[in-house]
Design a protein. Structure first.
Length: 463
């Protein structure tokens, strides 16, 4: 089937940027992104492309180019489904917060609602593409809903997981390591796969487009995220050992990364990984393994999460211990709240958990993040099930620049690796703080020697 109209359900961190790039690279395809959230769609349609709801380097320029030409954002989900030959499902699949699999399994209620809506509306054959990360064999469930509740039209289900990382979404989409497409091995399945291969081959060379069966594709996404997160937990485990032994984790990472079998990427020790994917996908993997009775497999992967939780808690404990075992009423400044640099996304950010620990110790937290609003920070804290009290408004002050945020602080904690933090006038910051002035560099981005020469007491991760 030659694709001329695409619909994407879900205008979030995955759907928005992915469709913007497809629209830019395929001017002959009309791409409509729909969402139930009216505010989100209004923000995507904001006349000033700088105000779109997701911050990603390079994204506003692409939206400015394609929007109104062949890229559209709408709340009319039915119309977009009806018109499109190919429908991407990019809705969120958070970890379940209730019932069976609570805290582990992926919540598929949004996916199921999409499938039912597609089944109700579709009057011609459609290709349905799973873009959201899903448990293995979700395609089967979607197919069963579509085939049994639809209007007798044919559906082909493809799995096409997204491997983009936030902060580099546009670069990852424009120049992906690979595109993975899983589909049925029947003739109709292969035709559907080819239709999607044609879309991507407008800008991705065919040798980077990998086709597999549906289950391999679904499981590959979970596996990729589990392996990436495992590398971070592995180096973070070493960081604790480094602190005890006098080794330096940055040096260890460099030394092992030069082994071509290991490679240098994803070996940065940190306060712990965050983001919407790693924890959710590993919990999901653990849940799937347990549901097949594979307890050793489940325990093996669960340890990646246990290590990450430990790393976050260890960081807040270290702050309390170093500040003479009490942080009550002390001002501690967080530089960074986003889960990584170059994004305004805060989902599962280590900052939230470290703030929670320190607020429970009655510290006063001041925050500066170049892209995250105070409303977002407060809702992140309110949302935490573990919050002992709800004194967030008293405990959290948010500033629009780092110098004001650090004034009169007892300690600074670096939670996000924003580049601008390395360019500050650290002497000026030191002079404005209580002494001794402590820095806890949760990202190992600052120059320890230089800060120590100013007078700071510097604590990195694993050094
Ligand atoms: C991840 C995967 O990389 C991506 O392929 C998938 O599609 C979605 O999940 P994302 O969560 O956006 O992407 O960002 P990523 O760059 O992977 O970082 C995740 C977390 O790990 C961040 O908190 C980051 O700061 C942390 N991290 C990353 C480290 O602590 N050390 C590292 O060496 C790398
Ligand atoms: P992701 O990081 O996976 O893109 P987001 O939460 O950023 O996740 O985006 C998912 C989007 O999907 C949200 O904007 C949400 O409103 C939207 N959504 C969820 N269910 C539906 C649905 N049935 N129809 C349309 N949009 C939906």
């Amino acid at each position: 089937m030659k694709i001329t109209k695409i619909c994407c359900i879900g205008a979030g961190y995955v759907g928005g940027p992915t469709m913007a790039v497809i629209a830019q690279k395929c001017p002959h395809i009309q791409v409509t992104v729909v969402d139930l959230n009216e505010q989100r769609i209004a923000d995507w349609n904001d006349p000033n492309p700088e105000n779109i709801p997701i911050y990603e380097p390079g994204l506003s320029e692409i939206v400015a180019e394609a929007r109104g030409r062949n890229l559209f954002f709408s709340t009319d989900v039915d119309k977009a489904i009806d018109e499109a030959q190919m429908i991407f499902i990019s809705v969120n699949t958070p970890t379940k917060t209730y019932g069976k699999g609570k805290g582990m399994a992926a919540d598929l209620k949004y996916i199921e609602l999409c499938a039912r809506q597609i089944a109700r509306v579709a009057k011609q054959n459609k290709i349905v593409v799973e873009k959201s990360t899903l448990p293995v064999r979700t395609a089967e469930a979607i197919k069963s809903i579509l085939d049994n509740t639809g209007n007798g039209v044919q559906f082909q289900i493809l799995s096409n997981p997204e491997f983009l990382a936030e902060g580099t979404a546009v670069a990852d989409l424009l120049n992906p390591d690979r595109i993975l497409i899983g589909g049925d091995t029947t003739q109709e399945g292969e035709e559907a796969i080819n239709s999607l291969v044609e879309v991507y081959s407008n800008w991705v060379s065919k040798d980077r487009i990998l086709t597999t069966n549906v289950w391999s594709s679904e499981l590959s996404k979970l596996t990729a995220n589990a392996f990436l997160a495992q590398r971070i937990s592995s180096i973070n485990a070493m960081s604790e050992l480094c602190e005890k032994t006098g080794a330096n984790v940055n040096e260890v990472a460099k030394a092992i990364g030069m082994d071509s079998r290991i490679g240098p990427k994803f070996l940065k020790a940190s306060v712990g990984f965050g983001g919407s994917c790693f924890q959710k996908d590993i919990l999901n993997l653990v849940y799937i393994a347990k549901s097949y009775g594979l307890n050793e497999v489940a325990d093996y992967w669960e340890q990646v999460i246990i290590m990450n939780d430990h790393q976050k808690r260890r960081f807040s404990n270290k702050i309390v211990q170093t500040l003479y075992n009490t942080v009550a009423d002390k001002k501690i400044t967080f530089l960074g709240w986003a889960f990584k640099k170059d994004t305004n996304d805060t989902r599962e950010s280590a900052a939230i958990y470290v703030a929670d620990d320190l607020i429970n110790e009655q510290a006063k937290i001041s925050v500066f993040d170049p892209k995250v609003s105070k409303t977002k920070m407060l809702s992140d804290l309110d949302y935490l099930e573990t919050r002992e009290n709800k004194n967030n408004l008293d405990a959290l002050s948010v500033f629009d620049n780092a110098y004001d945020a650090c004034k009169d602080a007892h300690a600074i904690a670096i939670l996000t690796e924003w580049d601008e933090f390395t360019t500050y006038d650290w002497k000026r910051i030191y002079d404005s703080m209580h002494k001794p002035a402590f820095i806890f560099d949760g990202r190992n981005i600052l120059n320890a020697k230089q800060l120590e020469s100013i007078g700071f007491v510097y604590n990195g991760i694993g050094a």
